[in-house]
Design a protein around this ligand. Structure first.
Ligand code: SF4
Length: 308
């Protein structure tokens, strides 16, 4: 049996966990390639018009994987934390959405479902998935705990690397984006490349101690409902004194980000900030120009040429 993993959405948050889990169980898997023009076109052709760009990209990766594997891996996540929290509805609905889009193809989907509020924990979800894969409980438990350890280690390494960047003398810019946008080759990498070419150090808000960030988010808003946005908002609070400016990056049209970014722009004082919306259209010239002007202003400010 071969499992196909779409390189989109939660892949960027959980790929170490997933890949290690499948490897430990001896399950063969493939990951779709980095997003490219063809994948974007596939996503746009099949996804609902009103979907956000990130979910169109996810659909494009699923489309690529059809006929290349036996099962496509699409986890479903509803709630991950306290009773006041949820995640964007796309992560609850994507399993059904994909099933519906490809209903005529009779797609085989491998999934797990997490809904902490209804006591469907991650461990329970992985145990069920392992059983579906025909593995013994003891094997699945072992694979899960090894995968969790690998995930923890990978996160620690990322965090340590980022902490080293915070000591850099370069201009430091906090990039506030969901990992599936900023790590995406087609929509996120041009931003990272531009910052790099301009001699800046990009600090990623999604590389953060997630629990600490969720706690810190309460300082900015006590009522934010979306767990992943909470982590980004908390990261702003944790990193803001160590960076020179902030770039908010969202995909079009993202409901949670549009509300949260508006709140950040209103409440965050004393730090230059811009908002970039990614629409997946060809050409990055407009985005590059905006980043260049922003960096020019930050450089002038750093050299003492602009006073608030
Ligand atoms: S948070 Fe925004 S970008 Fe992410 S899946 Fe939801 S609508 Fe799309």
């Amino acid at each position: 049996m071969k499992v196909g993993i779409p390189r989109a959405f939660l892949y960027y948050k959980y790929h170490v966990l997933w890949e290690t889990f499948f490897e430990e169980l001896g399950i063969d898997y493939i990951v779709s390639p980095e997003t490219n023009k063809d994948i974007i076109k596939r996503g746009e052709a099949h996804a609902m018009d009103e979907s956000c760009l990130s979910s169109k990209i996810f659909t494009g990766h699923v489309d690529y994987l059809i006929d290349k594997c036996d099962y496509i891996f699409i986890p479903r996540v509803a709630t991950l934390g306290s009773h006041k929290e949820t995640v964007c509805s796309k992560f609850q609905a994507i399993y059904d959405v994909i099933n519906n889009i490809y209903r005529e193809k009779n797609l085989k989907i491998l999934y797990y479902s997490i809904d902490i509020l209804n006591k469907d924990t991650e461990l329970k979800a992985f145990l069920k998935m392992g059983k579906f894969l025909g593995k013994k409980k003891v094997q699945v438990l072992k694979a899960y705990y090894i995968a969790k350890q690998a995930e923890k280690t990978a996160k620690m390494i990322d965090l340590n690397n980022q902490n080293n960047l915070l000591d850099s003398d370069k201009l430091k810019i906090l990039v506030v984006s969901h990992p599936y946008n900023i790590y995406d080759e087609y929509i996120g990498k041009p931003i990272m490349d531009t910052l790099n070419e301009l001699g800046c150090e990009a600090i990623l808000a999604c590389v953060v101690d997630e629990k600490k960030a969720r706690d810190r988010a309460k300082k900015i808003s006590g009522t934010l409902p979306w767990t992943f946005n909470k982590e980004l908002v908390g990261a702003i609070s944790l990193y803001k004194e160590k960076v020179d400016g902030i770039i908010l990056v969202s995909s079009f049209p993202c409901g949670p980000d549009s509300l949260v970014n508006e709140m950040i722009l209103r409440r965050l004082k004393g730090k230059p900030i811009i908002n970039l919306i990614l629409d997946g259209q060809e050409g990055t010239a407009g985005m590059e120009t905006r980043i260049e002007s922003f960096v020019d202003i930050l450089n002038l400010q750093k050299e003492g040429g602009i006073h608030e």
